[in-house]
Design a binder for this molecule. Sequence first.
Ligand code: NAP
Length: 254
Amino acid sequence: MSDNSVAGKHILITGGASGIGAETALLLTKRGARVTIGDLNEVDGKTLVERINDEGGQARFCKVDVSVSQSVEALFASAIGELGNIDVLINNAGIDHDPKFMLEIEDATFHKNIAVNVNGVWYCMKQALAHMLENGGGHVINISSVAGIRAAPTLSAYSAAKHAVVGLTKSAAVEYARYNIRVNAVCPSFVRTPMVEHVLSKLNERGQKALISANPMKRLGEPQEIAGAIAWLCTAESSFMTGHTVVLDGGMTA
Ligand code: NAP
């Protein structure tokens, strides 16, 4: 296998039924990886798996709620049972919340963001690290956000959760580097997915323009642009990179 190949690798993608996760599943399976998609959204997940398999790729769907540890345990058992050892975990499932100042955000919204975006990543990382330790190595790729490395006014609960994802990434990377396990994070700014379409639908024209042109490129990222970077991380070409946050933001944080 060449250094830039993902062929034959078993890659588990949470939240792989939609947006960035779905584009990543499509790209990786086109390049010969075997993909397990774990998602709450059974309808979209199964439709995507059907499309991938029809196009000659290899993918499976497994329903999961990443905020529930038993559900994550079942996802890993099913993925390993059906497609064998996992080479790469892409921790991509995530939610945001309506833009509001901190004092207007309900506690329940904060707790939900932590449950999915932090606890979900934590449960999946624990399963993956234990499995990869037994198998002599692997790679965990956590999808954080630019909201995980800088202020995100009106998105404080989301931002808190995404900062935690960067913290988990860095600590685990240092702890497990000696065991041939890499842990990296990807931090996109606004990308054209159902998540961002939903935010845009709540804004007036001025707000929409401000969001879309919030970076020097003056446009949204495309999910394919994030998938391409994730797919490269899945290869051995990135083999010396661990504990890193790959920022894909059209220059927003430059
Ligand atoms: P998306 O289109 O909304 O896709 C997210 C997927 O995750 C959906 O299929 C969703 O299912 C699923 N999901 C939600 N909660 C889940 C749970 N508890 N367990 C399992 N699956 C769950 O979002 P996206 O924009 O592609 O975002 C993917 C990741 O990138 C997220 O972590 C997000 O925070 C991050 N990100 C996105 C952007 C952006 O601009 N789009 C920027 C920075 C970071 P349902 O459809 O049923 O909710």
